[in-house]
Design a protein around this ligand. Structure first.
Ligand SMILES: [Zn+2]
Length: 309
């Protein structure tokens, strides 16, 4: 069976033609739309480019609050557009069964079925994208609460802390996310214009990708800066383990490409912050297995389940 999986993130949107349990046959990407009209139309354009007679269903994940099961993107702190009825729009355009959910929910399911948490029943996924996305699989199923469960990036970890894009202060994602990594990269480059991070950035502004690359190359200041973000990552994860006690936590998003440079400090701070950690098995903290394709693969998987009935 073939499906189309669409992923609407904070900086770009991607769609893939998905076959079987998670094979991406073809992929198309657009930069993030800048207004409501673009947000409504662009995902349909992406789907049209992949559409064929053998496509059985469509899945779409969006970075924000998605009402379930009617599939409306209500709002997202890192995306444009409000109250977009994506499920209705896609169904009326293509006439196929369609499922629309939060992007991290779908990525969590994809990792639990065919990725780094394959075969596990209780899986927490956090993605360090623009912000922090959260998806929770319990007993093998996505847990949504009434609709909006998993907005973990906006757990407040520092009352009165830095302003967040959601309007609150001190949210977890102001301390650990792709956006935070970009800020740290600029600070590291400014502190040492001859250093590795600044050199990798060249004539442009330093960004998280330069900092993580410098850390991977063994640059001590970059590795230390990434590690400090890892400590904040672990502090938030400790609260989530206290609530959910998952079998495994999968960390996705661009920042996770540094692997243990980020995850080792996160493991240590998670367990040192967690209640009763001396009496628990450490919760495995692993890098995502599906990389940036987790969103489209997850959307395709859920669409295939819908088409099978
Ligand atoms: Zn927030």
């Amino acid at each position: 069976m073939k499906t189309i999986g669409i992923d609407l993130g904070g900086t770009k949107m991607s769609a893939g033609l998905i076959e079987g349990p998670g094979t991406v046959r073809e992929k198309v990407t657009l930069t993030r739309p800048v207004d409501q009209a673009g947000m409504e139309k662009d995902p349909l354009k992406l789907a049209a480019r992949l559409m064929g007679p053998d496509v059985a269903a469509i899945g779409l994940g969006a970075a924000g609050l998605v009402s379930w099961p009617d599939g409306t993107l209500v709002w997202g702190p890192n995306v444009v557009g409000r109250d977009i009825p994506f499920k209705d729009l896609l169904e009326s355009r293509f006439g196929l069964p369609t499922v629309v959910d939060n992007d991290a929910n779908l990525a969590a399911l994809a990792e639990a079925r065919v990725g780094a948490a394959r075969g596990r029943q209780h899986v927490l996924l956090v993605t360090l994208g623009t912000g922090i996305g959260g998806g929770n699989v319990i007993d093998g199923k996505i847990y949504r609460g009434r609709s909006f469960a998993g907005e973990v990036g906006h757990m407040v970890v520092d009352v009165g802390g830095p302003r967040c894009t959601c309007g609150q202060r001190g949210c977890w994602e102001t301390f650990a996310s792709g956006r935070r990594l970009d800020q740290i990269a600029r600070d590291v480059a400014a502190a040492d214009p001859a250093g590795r991070t600044a050199s990798l950035a060249g004539s442009g502004p330093a960004a998280g990708i330069h900092l993580t690359e410098a850390a991977i190359q063994g640059d001590p200041p970059a590795a230390q800066a990434v590690g400090e973000m890892g400590i904040w990552l672990g502090i938030g994860l400790a609260s989530l383990v206290a609530l959910l006690d998952p079998e495994v936590i999968v960390v996705g998003g661009g920042a996770a490409r540094v692997g243990d440079i980020l995850l080792d400090p996160a493991r240590q701070s998670m367990m040192s912050t967690l209640e009763g950690s001396a009496f628990r098995e450490p919760t495995p903290l692993v890098a995502a297995g599906l990389g940036e394709d987790a969103g489209i693969v997850g959307a395709g998987l859920v669409a295939a389940e819908l088409a099978r009935g």
